[in-house]
Each structure stands twice: as structure tokens, then as C-alpha cells.
Design a protein around this ligand. Structure first.
Ligand SMILES: Nc1ncnc2c1ncn2[C@@H]1O[C@H](COP(=O)(O)OP(=O)(O)OP(=O)(O)O)[C@@H](O)[C@H]1O
Length: 301
């Protein structure tokens, strides 16, 4: 039994009606919560503010929204003292719900099942400059995909198709010069995308590296060169069913490392994308906070 829970929901996320599903969720979870609060976040910044102010007063936070809503919430929660942070569960209400996928949660029904089964684990959260991220931070191609998501492609292609179509429609991705330092190595060169992943999904496609668990204090760093672009297109062609687990082993033009931290500078300032939100720019200083937030997840059968 949870003492206090907040169900924070964002009706602007995704394409399905979030409010229509609230009754069912509350009906199923209310028997397991003493004091249950429904809280609608109305504008950007409110979810972060609520989580930083009330995070220590509840023992369960349910986030009903997409990756952008989760991004705000974890930025609020990371301001709460570590031992006072609540357990968190995502009710996937967004377009991609990539971080929820890493927790094996793809539907609201699965979230409810996960709460009732009560499996949880503390997972790492990333920090880029003075902001936090749950799923990834990146520069280059990924920013174009996120911009496309906000525009007409989202309506045209629906939930699964838009990042793939955005990637497909880019004939010549712009490369940039970078210099990058991890905790053990330094690199420089030209790339079309650099990604530091904490989660395992990007635009609904699975990106799996061997042993990339989410609680070992390491990020997966991807450096995609121009020649690797066609390979990435193939990944998004195949990835609609999340089956692209093996593609990285053949990817010569995509370098992958695991690292605790990285510093990235680019010749010209590059817009950065964190969890699908575009508001940061290079240079980026990325670190990871090991086992920072406890997440409810679904055990895969
Ligand atoms: N705190 C907030 N309160 C209300 N609306 C918000 C808030 N933060 C962002 N928004 C708006 O909500 C929408 C995006 O929500 P979110 O990113 O959670 O879902 P999504 O983009 O549909 O899914 P995903 O990010 O999983 O692909 C945007 O229109 C954004 O302007």
C-alpha cells in the first residue's frame, strides 16, 4: 500500500485522449493508495516544478505523458534529496514513450500491471550541463528528427513512422567537426550525429549494445559518421517491431563506447537534443548519476 501518490498527466502528449483513461487507471490503482492526487500539468515547466516541490512528500509518482513530460519530471525529482525521491512509474501517453520502452512498458495496461506486480529498480540518470535526462542527449541528425516530430510528419505518419520518415527524407545530413573527451579517451573528427544514451530506445527503435544495463553508471556513446547514415536508415526501416537488436555488430561507420562521462565541443555551436527536447547547445558536459531514481518496470515473460 502506498501512503501518498500523485498521478501527474499531460493532456497535450501523444494522440490518444489522456483524460478518457484516467477513470480506469484510478479505479484499478486506488485500492493500493491511501491518498491519491490527480494533477494536470497545464504548461511547460509546471511538471518540473510540481516534482521538485512535492516529490519528497509522496511515495509514488505516476507520470502520464510522453518522453517530454518524463524529462520535466526527472528534472524536478533530481532536485529532491536522493533518499526522499518517490518511486516512479510511466503511463505511456506520448508519441514514442522511449524511456517507458526501456522499462518494458508499452501500454497503460502494462503500467498498471507493473504497479500491481511492484518490481522496481534504481536506475542511472544523465546530466548534461545543468539539466538532467532519462533517455539520451545528442547533437546532429537527432535534432532534425525531433524537429520533424513536432511538425506535420507527426500527423501524417502517426505514432511509429515519423522518425523513420524524417531520417529517410534527409538526403545529405550535415556533418560537423567535434572534439570529444571521455573518462579514458579523446577523439576528434567529423560526424553527422553524436548520441549519449542512457535508455535503450530512440524513436521507438531499439539500440542495444552488449551489457548496456541502466544501473552501472555508464552511458552508451554513439558516434555516427556520414558513411554510417545509410546503415541508420536501414535500422529505422527494420525497427518498427523493435527487432533491430543485432544491427550494431555490423556497423563499421558507427562507433560505440561505454563511458562514465563526456565533454563534447563542436567547431560551431550545435543545438542539442535531450529526451526529444531542444533547448541546449554545445559545448556539452555530460555525467551520469548512478542509481538515482527508483523506477517501476515490467518483468518480461
Ligand atoms: N509541463 C507541461 N505541461 C503541459 N504541456 C506540456 C508540458 N511540457 C510539455 N508540454 C507540451 O506537451 C507536448 C509534448 O508532450 P510529451 O513530449 O510528453 O509527449 P509527446 O511529444 O507526444 O511524446 P514523446 O516525447 O514520447 O515522443 C508538447 O506539445 C509540449 O509543448
Amino acid at each position: 500500500m502506498y501512503n501518498r501518490a500523485i498521478l501527474l498527466y499531460n493532456i497535450k502528449a501523444g494522440q490518444d485522449k489522456i483524460t478518457d483513461q484516467l477513470g480506469d487507471i484510478v479505479e484499478q490503482l486506488a485500492p493500493h493508495v491511501h491518498e491519491f492526487t490527480l494533477l494536470q500539468t497545464l504548461e511547460k515547466g509546471e511538471a518540473e516544478d510540481v516534482c521538485s516541490r512535492l516529490g519528497s512528500e509522496v511515495d509514488l509518482l505516476l507520470i502520464f505523458g510522453g518522453d517530454g513530460t518524463v524529462h520535466e519530471c526527472i528534472n524536478g525529482l533530481m532536485k529532491v534529496e536522493e533518499e526522499k525521491r518517490p518511486k516512479v512509474v510511466i503511463l505511456p501517453g506520448g508519441t514514442c514513450n522511449d524511456f517507458a520502452r526501456s522499462l518494458n512498458i508499452r501500454t497503460v495496461k502494462e503500467s498498471i500491471a507493473a504497479v500491481l506486480a511492484n518490481h522496481s529498480k534504481k536506475l542511472d540518470m544523465g546530466q548534461v550541463n545543468d539539466r538532467y535526462f532519462s533517455n539520451f542527449v545528442g547533437v546532429g541528425l537527432i535534432t532534425e528528427a525531433s524537429q520533424a516530430k513536432e511538425g506535420h510528419l507527426k500527423e501524417k505518419w502517426g505514432k511509429l513512422g515519423y522518425i523513420m520518415s524524417a531520417v529517410q527524407s534527409l538526403k545529405d545530413p550535415t556533418s560537423f567537426s567535434y572534439s570529444l573527451q571521455t573518462d579514458t579517451e579523446s577523439f576528434e573528427g567529423e560526424a553527422v550525429m553524436i548520441l549519449a544514451m542512457n535508455g535503450h530506445y530512440l524513436g521507438t527503435a531499439g539500440l542495444f549494445v552488449q551489457d548496456n544495463v541502466m544501473d552501472d553508471g555508464k552511458l552508451d556513446l554513439y558516434i555516427l559518421k556520414e558513411a554510417g547514415f545509410s546503415l541508420l536508415k536501414n535500422v529505422y526501416n527494420k525497427s518498427r517491431s523493435d527487432t533491430a537488436k543485432e544491427w550494431l555488430s555490423q556497423a563499421e561507420d558507427i562507433e560505440v563506447f561505454r563511458t562514465n562521462s563526456l565533454k563534447l565541443t563542436t567547431d560551431q555551436a550545435q543545438l542539442a537534443d535531450s529526451d526529444g527536447e531542444l533547448y541546449l547547445e554545445t559545448p556539452l558536459d555530460v555525467v551520469i548519476h548512478q542509481k538515482a531514481i527508483e523506477w517501476i518496470y515490467l518483468v518480461e515473460e
